[in-house]
Design a protein around this ligand. Structure first.
Ligand code: SF4
Length: 345
């Protein structure tokens, strides 16, 4: 079992549940309207930690505001300038992510570590295959990543700092897999798992699920991130689904939907697209089926708590397999969301 590390209000590693995280997709300088509401939606979907790129101390006030508004621990992602890490910690972020290899002289990383130790802030040593020190040794990329991480860990331990998380990411999923396995055989620091630059929704979900699923099944990994060229909501959704599929997370909204076929009398695809984010954000412990026809839909959705299908302009809502309501299509989304909110086991 890995050692436990505190990330603000949550812990990872040890016997803690595997945490899902994502990274905000907009520069802090352009913080969007509705930011706080979006963070709460992400939290409802199952996001445990969120990371923000912090490239310049000019955004100090925005970062402090973000820490105040986010309902989950905030991580500042720092590259190159150690002073940005020092500044971010003044905003009381829960964790700093650095690659000591691009921070420069060792003393700069040590200054970050000393301050993090004083303030009880965690640090992730985030190594990517594209930014490793050069070596004359004839070793594989995964070995180089692990050796480099262990070297940086020794710098931290020299200062009595142990609140460390490690990530070893490559865009090649096999290298990510081998690096994580090798690291876990040599160290008990918790691992943040991911496949970097994994691509759009389909390639990322396939590569990341294949890689992380095998590692998590072996008990390796304490926190996960899907890196998707797409929405961060999908990153969280994919992470939570993987954990649920592996039996590592319970609860939350589980959506069952049919692929549709020539028998369809209801646009289950369009309805799902419209309602999916709101459904997930409820965070309720409920299984909802969205089916394309009344012929096979209810039967196929038997295991669901609530189900929806329709004919023409009529939509039928089922509870525990029985029709409980018939509504106009235009009201179906609101009716389903109300039924989910009211649902009790
Ligand atoms: S529920 Fe109906 S529309 Fe959907 S796949 Fe089954 S038979 Fe086809």
């Amino acid at each position: 079992m890995s050692r436990k590390v505190d990330i603000g209000s949550i812990s990872i590693g040890g016997d803690s549940p595997i945490a899902v995280q994502t990274m905000y997709d907009i520069p802090l300088s352009q913080l969007e309207e509705g930011f706080e509401a979006r963070m709460h939606v992400l939290k409802g979907m199952g996001c445990d930690i969120i990371r923000f790129s912090y490239p310049h101390i000019a955004e100090h006030d925005v970062l402090c505001k973000v820490v105040d508004l986010c309902p989950m621990p905030v991580v500042a992602d720092i590259h190159f300038d150690w002073r940005n890490a020092m500044d971010a910690m003044d905003c009381k972020v829960a964790k700093i992510r650095i690659n000591p290899g691009n921070i420069g002289a060792k003393w700069k990383t040590q200054e970050i570590v000393k301050k993090a130790k004083d303030m009880g802030i965690a640090i992730r040593i985030g190594l990517n295959s594209g930014s490793l020190p050069k070596t004359e040794r004839n070793i594989s990329m995964s070995e180089l990543m692990v050796d480099t991480a262990l070297e940086y860990i020794s710098w931290f331990e020299e200062l009595g700092f142990y609140n460390t998380v490690v990530s070893l990411k490559a865009s090649d999923s096999q290298t990510s897999y081998e690096a994580a396995r090798l690291f876990a055989s040599k160290s008990d620091y918790p691992l943040h798992l991911g496949v970097t630059e994994a691509g759009g929704v389909v390639p990322s979900c396939v590569r990341t699920t294949w890689t992380l699923g095998r590692l998590l099944s072996q008990g390796i990994g304490s926190t996960i991130r899907y890196s998707i060229t797409g929405s961060i909501e999908n990153e969280v959704y994919a992470g939570v689904e993987l954990l649920r599929t592996l039996g590592l997370r319970n609860g939350g909204v589980r959506i069952v939907s049919c692929p549709m076929c020539g028998r369809k009398s209801f646009d289950s695809q369009g309805f799902l697209k419209d309602v999916e984010a709101s459904l997930l954000a409820t965070g309720k412990n409920v299984t909802v089926a969205i089916m394309g026809c009344q012929v096979n839909g209810p039967g196929e959705a038997k295991g669901a708590d609530l189900a929806v299908t329709g004919i023409g302009s009529k939509v039928y809502l089922y509870r525990n397999g029985e029709i409980c309501k018939e509504v106009e299509a235009s009201k179906a989304k609101d009716e389903l969301l109300r039924a989910v909110e009211e649902f009790e086991r």
